[in-house]
Design a protein around this ligand. Structure first.
Ligand SMILES: [Zn+2]
Length: 301
């Protein structure tokens, strides 16, 4: 298993948790008795040093090896991709912008499709429900694919050059890359960036994963008895610096069909097309990029 922290430089809960784990391993109280464990406490050193989300761009989008790296994140991906490809399992530790409950993000169900073919959904699910969080979020790649299609529709071909957000690989992050290489992966969002409990959530998740997978001799953690499943259904971009939210949304706030979520620069309302939840609202989103997402409760699979 490989564990990543600070893929986004201001998300330090995984870094703190891994440094703690390295100390515990150093004492000899805890021993990796089977398999191998790779810890990367700071995946994006430039962003981490700057204490901000990105160095030159978002490391967790368009994540793949490139022959001619153009920026900091391209160069990091060229180091991380071979490491990730050689692993069976990734636990990627993140935190989020507004207050809320920690959650795990899974990949797709087993499928032979072209977007994200996968055959390890059962194994991935078994890990997701043992990390110590209740909420599980699905639908990342499909939502991103639809988001890219929507950007393509509004971006004239002449304006697309160098625009990573219209690349079909835009939704490909570390987790999706591991799945594409035959492994499985959970992205764990451990709490709000400054939440003092987020490093503990991250630490317990690593310990639970190690015990569940049999890398350490410890009691295997039980599956969460009451998981809540949410399916991402839509990503909505901010199109102008004057696009503003109708209220200070926090993630997973319920909305009803027709509720006004924000207003465009033109004054037109951005409304919820169906009942659901506002997820990952970012009032400071870069123009042309993800402003907020919508999700719905879904049935467990
Ligand atoms: Zn993140």
């Amino acid at each position: 298993m490989i564990v990543l922290g600070a893929v986004h430089g201001n998300e330090t809960c995984g870094t703190i948790a891994m440094r703690r784990l390295i100390e515990v391993l150093g004492t000899g109280i805890l021993r990796i008795g089977c398999g191998s464990l790779t810890l990367v406490p700071v995946a994006n050193p430039l962003a981490f040093a700057l204490r901000q989300r990105v160095g030159d761009r978002n490391l967790n989008r368009n994540f793949r090896p490139t022959l001619h790296p153009q920026d900091n994140e391209d160069r990091i991906a060229n180091v991380l991709c071979p490491m990730l490809a050689s692993q069976d399992i990734l636990l990627d530790l993140h935190s989020f912008h507004t207050a809320g409950e920690p959650f795990a993000m899974r990949g797709p169900g087993n499928n032979c499709g072209t977007l994200e073919p996968f055959s390890l959904a059962n194994e991935e699910h078994a890990l997701a429900v043992r990390l110590g969080v209740r909420r599980i979020v699905d639908g990342w790649m499909a939502t991103y694919s639809a988001g890219v299609a929507e950007r393509l529709a509004r971006t004239p071909p002449a304006n697309r050059a160098g625009l990573l957000s219209v690349d079909p690989c835009y939704g490909m992050g570390t987790a999706e890359y591991v799945r594409s290489q035959g492994g499985y992966s959970i992205t764990l969002e451990c709490g709000q960036h400054e939440d003092a409990s987020a490093p503990e959530v991250a630490y317990q998740a690593i310990r639970n994963a190690l015990a569940h997978l049999g890398l350490i001799e410890d009691t295997a953690p039980p599956a969460c008895p009451n998981p809540e499943y949410l399916l991402l259904t839509q990503v909505v971009d901010r199109l102008h610096a004057d696009d503003t939210f109708a209220r200070p949304w926090t993630s997973f706030t319920p909305v009803c069909r027709g509720d006004v979520i924000g207003r465009r620069h033109s004054g037109s309302a951005v409304v919820a097309e169906q009942d659901g939840f506002v997820v990952f609202p970012n009032p400071h989103a870069t123009v042309g990029n993800e402003w907020f997402y919508l999700a719905q409760l879904s049935n467990p699979t």
